[in-house]
Ligand binder design. Structure first.
Ligand SMILES: C[S@@+](CC[C@H](N)C(=O)[O-])C[C@H]1O[C@@H](n2cnc3c(N)ncnc32)[C@H](O)[C@@H]1O
Length: 246
């Protein structure tokens, strides 16, 4: 359980809403060890009490990397793998939403994206990031195109996705070179989520939606999901997009 800490009573309403939606335990004193969520004037952030100097993890679609990807994301491999092209904006189900970075790039190109995330603190971070993005004048489309469902895709995919063109899967994969390679921020995220050891089941769940295309993002050294050979592959420097056309 990842507690949700806040100090300033001014934020009580926001904190209570997040706690209710994602079944989080609210605490009023800062945890002394482990991972916790903190709500303050910057929004919601994932912190690690054991390493307080480590920068926290926040979903920020306005600044930094997401802002850059929004402006320059047109040629990204994920968009090609999903078949996005002039005149075709597929409706996408992102069944492993995480911090919503890929979903945001896809939506910024005009696609509507339903995101499913099962890890409560991650879903809370994502929900908070979406809320702040909606308030930004340049991101008026966020409320229209990006929708979050807090659930497990293994159980709910066929129900939530009656009408999508493509399913996108990017489950966690056990890292080969743990400490050296993984960026600090990702290390916190991995600590929170762990390895998605049940990820193989996602392919069957995605097929049950009858989407015309399933795209799976894998590290370049990883086996295809469920050891099922894809119909096509798109390779980038460190990753591979496996494309299934059911
Ligand atoms: C590698 S991250 C996804 C990153 C994401 N593509 C992004 O751009 O931010 C994988 C996420 O999938 C979520 N996940 C894994 N299996 C899931 C499932 N069955 N249902 C919903 N979410 C799942 C994990 O909790 C984790 O947050």
């Amino acid at each position: 359980m990842t507690p949700l800490f806040y100090r300033d009573p001014f934020f009580k309403a926001q904190v209570d809403a997040l706690a209710g939606q994602f079944a989080l335990e609210v605490v009023r004193s800062r945890p002394r060890n482990g991972l916790y969520l903190e709500y303050n004037s910057e929004g919601l952030t994932l912190m690690y009490a054991d390493e307080p100097k480590l920068k926290g993890v926040q979903v920020d679609f306005v600044h930094g990397r997401s802002g850059y990807r929004r402006k320059h994301g047109g040629a990204e491999a994920v968009t090609k793998a999903l078949g996005i092209k002039k005149g075709f904006r597929p409706r996408v189900l992102d069944a492993t939403a995480g911090l919503g970075r890929d979903a945001f790039v896809i939506a910024s190109l005009g696609c509507s994206v339903t995101m499913v995330e099962r890890c409560a603190p991650v879903a809370a971070l994502l929900s908070d990031g979406l809320e702040r993005a909606r308030l930004n004048a340049d991101l008026g489309w966020v409320g229209e195109r990006l929708h979050l469902i807090y659930a497990s895709s293994l159980e709910t995919l066929a129900d939530v996705a009656s009408d999508v063109d493509a399913v996108y899967l990017d489950p966690m994969y056990p890292h080969k070179k743990k400490s050296a390679q993984v960026k600090k921020e990702m290390r916190l995220f991995q600590l929170l989520v762990g390895d998605d050891l049940d990820a193989d089941g996602l392919l069957a769940a995605a097929r049950a939606t009858h989407a015309k295309r399933i795209v799976v993002k894998r590290p370049d050294y990883a086996e295809p999901l469920n050891h099922e050979k894809p119909q096509a592959e798109l390779k980038t420097k460190n990753h591979r997009f496996d494309i299934y056309l059911p």
